[in-house]
Design a protein around this ligand. Structure first.
Ligand SMILES: NC(=O)C1=CN([C@@H]2O[C@H](COP(=O)(O)OP(=O)(O)OC[C@H]3O[C@@H](n4cnc5c(N)ncnc54)[C@H](OP(=O)(O)O)[C@@H]3O)[C@@H](O)[C@H]2O)C=CC1
Ligand SMILES: CCCCCC(=O)/C=C/[C@H]1[C@H](O)CC(=O)[C@@H]1CCCCCCC(=O)O
Length: 330
């Protein structure tokens, strides 16, 4: 008999999630039926969207926490997935899972000798978000200025590096001096500032006196409103996420929005969800693997150890204490 540990949401979040909002349950799993496999989690992902699922009413008190994990098949009654196969799937915050519908798991992308955890980072959902959000929505040209916020995060750090590969000038910000040092010195972004210690408008005027062609926005809110006047005519904005609003309590902030600037500068804003390009993930992963092997894309992981630490890892995303991709090693 296998005992699984599984996190549920005990109390819907109010403001920044707290460790008390979660509860760890233990469940004895049944024996496998024909066609089923038993997955044991190796690495689990925590991502900002999990916070927004509560605001959207998709996660309620008592709901199992959702999320992707890299797992190994430890028992199998399926010919397609023999014991020892590594898979990725939206299996939730749990240590062991019986999978009956095998469309819920898939093989990892080819990763040569890279750590398996990268299938949750640059080779996985966050890396693909950076890749497609930048290349499909913003389509930056060599010499253009690309601004990215949360620049030391899982998505932002990859956005800036792909923009450098494409010959762009990268302006990025992050919320600590250590993060700024990493993206400036190790990742080679051109202009970097700590948005918590500068006047954002002044920092943008200084960083991009001729204006910004492409803005990859992970934050929204006041940050975005401040950026609009610094955009160039026909500037493009990829609306990737809204870190500044996920923990908002009560009605969402309503402005100010410089609408006249959007019209006058003929800006294009486009929201996206990375699964739009699901059919193109494989070739993108091949290119990402090549860039990582050539040292053109560097990555950082912020590892937490043990499934018991999942709430801590998740909360770190909103405290800004994470560097790169937050991963829980089971
Ligand atoms: N559209 C899509 O398909 C996808 C969208 N996303 C979005 O991309 C964004 C980045 O995700 P991801 O890279 O995984 O996360 P990160 O690794 O960037 O971690 C989150 C970071 O956000 C910053 N942050 C936290 N709270 C705030 C706040 N109130 N205001 C401004 N910044 C804040 C912190 O960095 P700092 O030190 O810089 O403050 C923190 O480290 C998120 O908005 C997420 O929802 C992610 C995946 C897919
Ligand atoms: C829901 C607000 C999302 C804000 C932006 C963001 O972070 C999006 C992340 C998605 C990414 O495109 C791929 C995903 O899987 C993320 C969203 C998943 C939402 C539904 C999850 C429901 C479930 O698994 O049961």
């Amino acid at each position: 008999m296998v005992r699984s540990k599984a996190w549920i949401l005990e109390t819907p979040f109010h403001g920044i999630p707290k460790e008390d909002d979660f509860k760890l349950l233990k469940e004895d799993l049944n024996d496998l039926k024909d066609g089923e496999v038993l997955c044991e989690a190796l690495y689990l992902s925590v991502d900002p969207y999990m916070r927004s699922l509560v605001s959207l009413g998709m996660l309620k008190a008592g709901s199992p926490m959702v999320g992707d994990q890299v797992a190994i098949i430890t028992e199998s009654k399926s010919r397609d997935y023999p014991v020892g196969t590594n898979v990725i799937g939206r299996l939730g915050w749990r240590s062991h899972t019986i999978v009956s519908d095998l469309t819920h798991i898939k093989l990892l992308p080819p990763m040569d000798d890279l750590p398996l955890s990268l299938a949750l980072g640059p080779m996985g959902m966050t890396g693909m978000t950076a890749y497609f959000g930048l290349l499909e929505i913003l389509d930056p040209k060599p010499g253009e200025t690309v601004l990215v916020n949360s620049g030391a995060g899982a998505v932002g750090s990859i956005v800036g590096q792909i923009a450098k590969i494409k010959g762009c000038r990268v302006v990025a910000c992050a919320g600590s001096e250590d993060k700024c040092k990493w993206i400036k010195e190790d990742l080679g972004f051109d202009v970097v500032f700590n948005y918590k210690t500068v006047d954002l408008g002044e920092a943008l005027s200084e960083a991009a006196p001729d204006g910004i062609e492409c803005f990859f926005d992970n934050v929204a809110g006041d940050f975005m409103s401040t950026v609009f006047p610094h955009m160039k005519l026909y500037g493009r904005i990829a609306c990737c996420g809204t870190m500044s609003t996920y923990n908002a309590v009560g009605p969402q902030p309503s402005g100010p929005h410089p609408y006249m600037t959007i019209v006058f500068k003929q800006l294009r804003l486009e929201g996206f969800m990375v699964r739009r390009w699901w059919g193109k993930w494989s070739p993108a992963q091949v290119e990402m693997l090549q860039w990582i092997k050539e040292g053109k894309i560097k990555y950082k992981e912020c590892l937490f150890h043990g499934i018991e630490t999942m709430p801590k890892g998740f909360i770190s995303l909103f405290e800004g204490s994470n560097f790169g991709k937050v991963i829980i090693k089971a």
